[in-house]
Design a protein around this ligand. Structure first.
Ligand code: ADP
Ligand code: MG
Ligand code: MG
Length: 198
């Protein structure tokens, strides 16, 4: 992946989140506080305004993380932001990275999310999408397949009862709704597949 792919990835993710902002808000209204689409769209809007090729994937990834930390807010801002800042530390101070480095960065990012959010697969959070997606990519699945699987993983959160985050306060009333953070994470994988396949 080159730095221009990296820039294109965040632009594509921003477009997808903006297109589904209301749906993400509605999902969050059902099991949370209704701000997930607005939160992410605001943060990503700042990111696409500022993100320009800098010659360093490490610096760019860190910038995206810092911006999401300061502008998204809520649980998802802290998780996305700290994961990206952490992932940036394994990226090269260059404009290009190979597949192994990209995998190492993803793995570092989800370790950070796990450490911070303490959620595992089945808790009805974005980890239900992140963990199996990174595992599939590590075992050699094509990115397009991983993105399709990510969308299925998001849908599979519907029957679950939330055990982490705001939705956990609802107990069994969280059952029957897709987790908003899982859907937005699946959109990130779709954006990645578009950028990497093109
Ligand atoms: P908030 O709930 O603070 O308003 P958002 O609405 O932006 O934040 O994000 C909610 C999403 O964050 C949830 O749908 C879920 O996927 C994710 N989330 C919440 N808590 C955790 C956690 N402890 N670990 C992982 N993901 C979490
Ligand atoms: Mg919310
Ligand atoms: Mg909130």
């Amino acid at each position: 992946m080159t730095e221009s792919d990296f820039v294109a990835l965040w632009r594509a993710f921003y477009d997808k989140v903006t297109a589904k902002r209301d749906e993400l808000n509605q999902l969050d209204a059902a099991i949370g506080d209704g701000d997930h689409g607005t939160n992410l769209a605001r943060g990503l809007g700042r990111v696409v305004e500022e993100l320009k090729p800098s010659g360093s994937l490490r610096a760019s990834c860190r910038m995206v993380g810092m911006r999401l930390l300061s502008t998204v807010g809520g649980a998802s801002g802290a998780l996305w932001g700290s994961a990206l800042v952490s992932a940036s530390t394994v990226l090269p101070d260059e404009a290009q990275m190979n597949h192994e480095t990209a995998l190492a960065a993803l793995s570092r990012g989800i370790d950070q999310m796990r450490a911070r959010g303490k959620a595992e697969v089945g808790d009805k959070t974005m980890m239900d999408v992140w963990i199996p997606a990174v595992t599939a990519l590590e075992s050699g699945a094509p990115v397009g397949d991983v993105a399709a699987q990510a969308m299925s993983s998001a849908e599979a959160t519907r029957p679950l009862q939330a055990r982490r985050g705001r939705a956990a306060y609802l107990g069994s009333r969280s059952i029957g709704h897709v987790d908003p953070g899982s859907l937005s994470t699946a959109l990130w994988w779709e954006a990645l597949a578009e950028v990497v396949d093109s």
